[in-house]
Design a protein around this ligand. Structure first.
Ligand SMILES: Cc1ncc(COP(=O)(O)O)c(C=O)c1O
Length: 765
């Protein structure tokens, strides 16, 4: 198989203590020459620390370790073992070769070292040519063996160099080369993408839709890695995966228990199925951060009550809901104790779906234990049927649109053929195999120790970042000054049980002691009034920083630094936070994190503070903003604008209005499907915010942040003073006052300074 798309790479570790004129050094050199002649890429490291850095930053196909230690030294040697542990954590099967002369016999006495080495050579006995040949053969075997099933099959198929007479029409990319633009497209993405973009007639690979051949093998492997009974590889994002599950579980008029903090694909699932929703509203804290749904809201008694009282559902009060969905983790990084959540919801429904679009890595790190859907061993599963959906492309490593559905069959399990009917509706008969292969690789990357190693690295960086910001916060506040404050516990538990300040804790304890991330009812830092014990933890890698402006109870301070301004500033430096509320900016740490990226963020926060405190001119700091609205911003400094924004927030308190808009759910008049049908029939009209009283929305209205539907299709805006209408008006006023800082509100169009929402015509109701 031509698995030589990239050159194979050997890391040669030759510690500095080796005398360059020694026999060991010379034989290593001749081995390097032999490997180079075989077009192997050689990376050399002169210290164990260097070697570790190479291992952590890149992939190698073999490691050659030259030892020139005495017999006595080698028997007690630990540093080589430490290096090889780092390697095996990341690339468990990579071949390791030891070149040793002096200590040849005593190496055998160091069992730990020998366990981690594949072959051990004496270059006095074997020629460099022979050793190089064995290394190359081992590297080839390694490359073949590390490939997951689908990727391997695709590479093998690519070797055939077929002439195809079917779609896709570009025929391995050749079609693109016929015009200059096409040619650039071809060159930009490279040959292999096009060569492996094949129609589904290639029976040798099997079929994604029928789950056969290499596709089946890949899904079986993914199920093992993610702890599912069955896994389905999705190519329409978690959006498609969510809709698939809903279509497999729900039919017209069934009752569905829906987390109000849901992605819009869930609303689309309701539209497609015609199910009747009852919504579980999440909690919100004083900073506007969305918390978990409370236990009492999830409890069967409450769900029964909501069904009995809902306008759409009251005639179905004896019907058991057919499906329940919870977003885990939430957009703000809140994670449920999923064992408790599953057990509570299973009192109401036999099918539970955890939308873990942003949480696919949880199974691989013990810090998340008990807080994700596919816990423990699939064979021990009892209770409801549980689904998890993962956007592998979000926080694992896969191409956009790649997603997995993982299933644990329990009560009311859906057999494979029936489920596949729904699956096929949300796939395509012409899937891009590269997406499927990236899913295959995403699963493979998390297999064995590498899942732990990769997640540990992200968590470590996030922890160090949080601690650095907290230390800066402490330093500045001690001087009566201000800085950003990480949103996390203030006092934590060390691995030995001692209580310490967060910033003084060992990184190890913050990476491993789950309790350090739990939201305890008695703690003040999280700002949730009625947090339940052992119900929710904060995901360490979803880092929120609070800007000054609110006290612990959510009351305005005298001065504040609006987060919108911080995000605008960061944006100028190519740093894009994942979320910004009034006094919160949030950053996602993912596997693409580097120390440079982490430290640049700290530097940029510091430079924001410097410019803010100096009241640097907006014309210098945010020139595009001033150009876009000189009548508002010309002549202002950064702090002037911050003060103006803060004053506005104090005066209008939009967070309070938003809180009200989310604390009372609007009246459901129609099912989301019926509302949608009015759109299809064109029985809808755009209605301005001052005329929304009593109108029924045709689709959902989702303000960002928080990104939660404020209104779903088919829900009534209520009276003129309803918080939903008031919130849209508050947004208008903010947008007028601060052009360039408009909030995004999905489902509301801005015309002539007013938000308009598509509503169902009154006479069509
Ligand atoms: C909770 C949740 N579910 C589902 C999705 C959809 O995922 P995808 O973009 O993979 O379709 C998202 C996207 O942001 C999400 O946040």
């Amino acid at each position: 198989m031509s698995n030589n798309f990239s050159k194979m790479r050997t890391l040669v570790v030759e510690p500095q203590n080796i005398d360059p004129s020694s026999y060991a050094a010379r034989t290593t050199q001749s081995l390097i020459e032999e490997l180079t002649q075989r077009t192997i890429d050689i990376v050399t490291a002169k210290s164990y620390e260097d070697a570790k850095a190479v291992i952590l930053a890149s992939q190698i196909d073999s490691l050659v370790l030259t030892l020139d230690k005495s017999e006595e030294q080698i028997v007690h040697s630990e540093e080589e073992i430490d290096l090889l542990n780092t390697l095996k954590d990341r690339q468990s099967e990579v071949p390791v070769f030891l070149l040793a002369e002096r200590a040849r016999t005593s190496i055998l006495a160091n069992r730990k070292l020998m366990e981690r080495v594949d072959e051990c050579y004496s270059v006095l006995e074997d020629t460099a040519d022979f050793v190089a040949g064995r290394i190359v053969a081992a590297m080839r075997r390694y490359r073949e063996q590390v490939l997951p099933p689908l990727m391997k099959a695709m590479m093998q198929y690519n070797d055939i160099h077929e002439y195809s007479w079917s779609a896709p029409g570009h025929q391995g990319g050749i079609g693109f080369t016929k015009t200059p633009a096409g040619n650039q497209f071809h060159q930009f993405y490279g040959e292999n993408l096009f060569r492996t973009d094949m129609g589904i007639e290639r029976a040798a690979l099997g079929s994604l839709l029928d789950h056969t051949g290499a596709f089946k093998d890949s899904e079986v492997e993914a199920a093992k890695v993610f702890g599912a009974h069955e896994s389905y590889s999705g190519i329409v994002g978690t959006s498609g995966s969510n809709r698939t599950i809903m279509q497999a579980c729900l039919k017209d008029d069934d009752i569905a228990i829906i987390d109000r903090n849901c992605h819009k694909s869930i609303e689309q699932g309701l539209i497609l199925t015609g199910a009747r929703p009852v919504y579980m509203a999440p909690t919100r804290n004083c900073y506007g951060i969305i918390g978990p749904i409370s236990k009492s809201t999830m409890a069967a008694a409450n769900i029964e009550k909501m069904i009995a009282e809902g306008k759409m559902t009251k005639d179905a009060k004896n019907k058991k809901p057919k499906y329940a969905v919870v977003t885990n983790c939430t957009y703000d990084g809140m994670v449920y104790n999923s064992e408790h959540a599953e057990s509570l919801l299973s009192e109401s429904s036999n099918r539970i779906h955890m939308d873990e679009a942003w949480f696919g890595y949880a199974r691989f790190n013990p810090v998340y234990q008990g807080h994700f859907a596919m816990r423990g061993d699939a064979k021990d599963h009892q209770g409801p049927t549980v689904f998890a959906t993962h956007s592998t492309h979000k926080l694992l490593n896969a191409l956009s649109q790649a997603s997995y559905i993982h299933v644990r069959n329990g009560e009311d399990a859906i057999d494979f053929d029936r489920f596949n009917q729904a699956y096929m509706m949300h796939t395509s008969t012409s899937p891009l195999y590269a997406i499927c292969a990236s899913n295959d690789v995403a699963a493979n990357m998390m297999k064995g120790q590498s899942g732990l190693s990769l997640t540990n690295e992200v968590i470590r960086e996030a922890v160090i970042f949080r601690q650095s910001v907290r230390k800066l916060f402490n330093d500045y506040t001690a001087d009566g000054d201000w800085f950003f404050k990480p949103w996390n516990a203030e006092v934590v538990t060390e691995t030995n049980g001692d209580k310490v300040k967060f910033e003084d804790a060992s990184v190890e304890s913050l990476m491993t002691v789950q309790d350090n991330w739990k939201l305890h009812p008695e703690d003040k830092w999280h700002g949730f009034d009625n947090m339940e014990n052992d119900w929710c933890m904060l995901d360490p890698i979803k880092v929120s920083l609070l800007t000054p402006g609110l006290d612990d109870k959510g009351n305005f301070l005298e001065k504040g630094v609006p987060a919108a301004l911080v995000s605008a500033y960061l944006g100028r430096f190519g740093i894009v936070p994942t979320r910004t509320t009034d006094f919160q900016v949030m950053f996602l740490f993912s596997m693409g994190i580097t120390k440079g990226k982490r430290d640049t963020l700290v530097n940029t926060l510091l430079s924001f503070k410097r410019h803010y405190d100096k009241n640097a001119s907006l014309e210098t700091i945010l020139p595009e903003l001033v150009e876009s609205a000189p009548e508002v911003y010309k002549g202002l400094g950064l702090r002037d604008l911050g003060d103006r924004m803060f004053e506005y927030l104090v005066r209008h308190n939009p967070a309070q209005v938003l809180n009200e808009a989310y604390s009372t759910l609007p009246e459901v008049e129609l099912k989301p499907r019926t509302a949608y049908q009015h759109i299809v029939a064109n029985e809808v009209e755009l209605v301005p915010s001052d005329k929304l009283e009593g109108r029924v929305a045709a689709h959902s209205v989702i303000p960002y942040p928080p990104g939660i539907p404020m209104l779903m299709g088919g829900e009534n805006f209520g009276s003129e003073s309803s918080p939903q209408i008031q919130y849209l008006k508050a947004l208008e006023a903010w947008d007028d006052e601060f052009p360039g800082f408009e909030h995004e509100t999905e489902g509301a169009e801005k015309e002539h300074g007013k938000y308009h929402v598509l509503c169902i015509k009154t006479d069509a109701l």
